[in-house]
Design a protein around this ligand. Structure first.
Ligand code: PMP
Length: 320
């Protein structure tokens, strides 16, 4: 835990996990002045523990904080926090493939004041929990044409609590209809695919990987960025481009889009089996598809230390 008062950060301290005490008028509770990260520590084959690209999470959290007018957590404080919590939880980092320690750093405005203005006080925490091999199975996505997750000029490309609040109703509605996740469209054109509520989107079209280009409303996923690099290294063509939803559905129907998947820190890669739009279900030919399977294995091999870390993604944590 570290606190920031009038722009000055305290040193971080390790404190027991316990409920927080917040003033009922704390800004975070009313105006959602909160941002967070999701990241993982892996047990490597040599028995050590490594974090996956933590400096990317530090940078994204700084970007999210700036978007919500919060003082960014200095990178050294962020890294100290995740390293200290990981080292403290070392015996909770599982050794089975696919399992890991999930870390959740978060920052919130705590000033007790109901004016709509940035807080003068902040608290930064890192909490952690062992995470099982997360297999979402084949996902059925619902094309969300009614609501938007992120507005143009809003907070879509920041990892802030409000974006998830905007997704909750859509998720509740689609679960009743027998789907698992929303596929969000761009709020500006309501025609191109943005992402899921907590994952980025890929489709394999005519044997090439397509993923929506970053456009200000999509979260810049670290798994997305890593898969693009990894896929190119494995010889795949990867296109970052606008994906028109009606064109995508047509291609699923005619078989030229053979597979689609979502990616993120929690599940790494989740195959998509169905895109539901209105009353129609568009069935993907292959779920899990061969490209998704290959990329998932290649990424896990790096994260769990079975292959050389040729991109320099893993950062070992010293366990005291
Ligand atoms: N989009 C959203 C909205 C997310 O919440 C996440 C999870 N952080 C992602 C994409 C995937 O990002 P990452 O690969 O960094 O976990």
């Amino acid at each position: 835990r570290a606190v920031c008062q009038d722009g000055c950060w305290s040193r971080g301290e390790l404190i027991p996990y316990a409920p927080l005490s917040l003033d009922p008028a704390a800004k975070v509770l009313h105006y959602a002045q909160s941002c967070f990260e999701g990241m993982k520590a892996y047990r490597t084959r040599d028995g050590g523990i490594s974090l996956f690209r933590p400096e990317r999470n530090a940078a994204r959290m700084a970007h999210s904080a700036e978007r919500l007018c919060m003082p960014p957590v200095p990178e050294s404080l962020f890294m100290d926090g995740v390293r200290t919590v990981t080292a403290y939880c070392a015996n909770l980092v599982p050794a089975n493939s696919g399992e890991s320690l999930y870390l959740r750093p978060f920052l919130m405005g705590t000033q007790a004041d109901l004016a709509v203005s940035a807080s003068t006080s902040y608290e930064f925490y890192v909490i952690a929990s062992p995470s099982e091999a997360y297999h979402s199975g084949n996902m059925r996505l619902w094309v969300e044409r009614e609501d938007s997750r992120a507005a143009i000029g809003g907070t879509g490309d920041a990892k802030v609590g409000g974006n998830y609040a905007a997704s909750l109703l859509s998720i509740a509605r689609l679960k009743q209809r027998g789907y698992d996740q929303s596929l969000w469209l761009n709020a500006g054109n309501r025609q191109s695919v943005d992402e899921l509520s907590g994952m980025n989107f890929f489709a394999v079209i005519d044997a090439e990987l397509h993923t929506p280009a970053l456009n200000g409303s999509i979260l810049e996923g670290i798994t997305r960025e890593s898969l693009i690099e990894l896929a190119r290294d494995l010889g795949y063509q990867v296109r970052e481009c606008a994906i028109d939803i009606d064109e995508l559905l047509r291609r699923v129907a005619d078989g030229s889009c053979e597979e689609a998947f979502a990616c993120g820190t929690a599940a790494i890669i989740s195959p998509i089996s169905v895109l539901g739009d209105g009353g129609e279900n568009y069935q993907l030919a292959s779920a899990p598809g061969p490209v998704a399977e290959r990329l998932r294995q290649a990424l896990l091999d790096i994260q769990e230390g079975r292959t050389e870390d040729r991109f320099g993604w893993m950062q070992p944590v010293e366990v005291i």
